[in-house]
Design a binder for this molecule. Structure first.
Ligand SMILES: Nc1ncnc2c1ncn2[C@@H]1O[C@H](COP(=O)(O)OP(=O)(O)OP(=O)(O)O)[C@@H](O)[C@H]1O
Ligand SMILES: [Mg+2]
Length: 277
């Protein structure tokens, strides 16, 4: 069920010129619009990536389709893109929303953490699973995450549980450049997808450190891909049905390649994995 946009909260940073919008459900969504300055395909990349990461049990925000109407746009005149000296409004319709898991008025959400705090992130190991994912989908961007303090029942379900407690928590965001963004191709540049602070990879001692995600991607179920695909609104696809089918066929073939892609990262940047000897 789509969420209706209620009011603009503020504009967000970044190339897609997303906007933080309160929905009729009372939640806050970082919304990327179909006619954003990057590309319409960015929304499809986000939708698929979030679904796949969820299957890999890596922490990502909840996602939603956000319905924008003419009346919302006229009541919220600050919702627009800046293109050089020009302004352009989003079109009415369904857009991509990434839900804020905490109320940003009450809980600070950080784009970056200092090294000392990064060490304390409870689900730090998610960065290893996410690297496997980023290599698989050919993320052409570096890894991005947001951080906040929260209480979770489980931090890293696949690596054994920890008791519920408050701690620093990372959520993986910004998958617009999976599949090389608007290009929908696999461009295997070894350093793509790495997090800029490579201390998150310190615990890597061998390929096994990337388990269970390496095996999960190698055996990634077709139906998880199909289900995510079916949820994509037709209006996001435009003339892209065939191109998307081709892209996802390529993705299935690449399941067998991910181990090699991780080894390529090591070959190119051994310093990212100082404890892998
Ligand atoms: N679910 C979320 N919860 C909290 N903050 C979020 C969420 N999604 C996005 N943000 C915030 O919105 C900002 C913009 O999002 P994002 O990085 O996805 O946009 P972008 O335009 O693709 O950026 P870039 O220029 O890096 O490609 C992020 O830097 C982050 O601060
Ligand atoms: Mg970004």
């Amino acid at each position: 069920m789509p969420i209706s946009a209620r009011n603009l909260v503020r504009k967000m940073r970044g190339g897609a010129q997303s906007h933080l919008i309160a929905g009729e459900d009372g939640e806050n969504y970082v919304v990327k619009f179909t006619n954003n300055p990057q590309h319409r395909r960015i929304l499809i990349n986000e939708w698929l990536a979030n679904a796949f990461l969820r299957y890999l049990q890596i922490h990502v925000p909840q996602t939603a389709l956000v319905q924008v109407t003419e009346s919302f746009l006229s009541q919220n005149p600050d919702v627009y893109f800046t293109l050089g000296t020009r302004r352009e409004r989003p079109v009415p319709g369904l857009h991509f929303g990434s839900k804020m898991s905490v109320n940003p008025d009450k809980v600070a959400v950080f784009d970056f953490l200092p090294e000392k705090l990064l060490d304390k992130v409870e689900n730090r190991v998610d960065f290893l699973g996410t690297l496997v994912f980023d290599k698989w989908v050919g993320n052409a961007d570096s890894r991005q995450a947001v951080f906040f303090r929260a209480k979770a029942k489980t931090w890293t379900p696949l690596k054994g549980d920890t008791p519920a407690r408050v701690g620093f928590f990372a959520q993986m965001i910004d998958h617009g450049f999976a599949f090389n963004g608007p290009h929908w191709e696999y461009n295997d540049t070894p350093l793509n997808g790495l997090y800029f602070r490579t201390s998150v990879y310190e615990q890597v001692t061998s390929l096994d450190s990337f388990q269970p995600w390496l095996d999960m991607v190698a055996n990634f179920p077709t139906n998880v891909i199909d289900d995510a695909w079916k949820e994509i609104p037709r209006e996001w696809l435009d003339q892209d049905e065939d191109a998307l089918e081709k892209l996802l066929e390529g993705l299935l073939k690449r399941r067998a390649k991910v181990t090699q892609l991780i080894e390529d990262v090591r070959r190119k940047r051994a310093s990212a994995f100082p404890n892998w000897r």
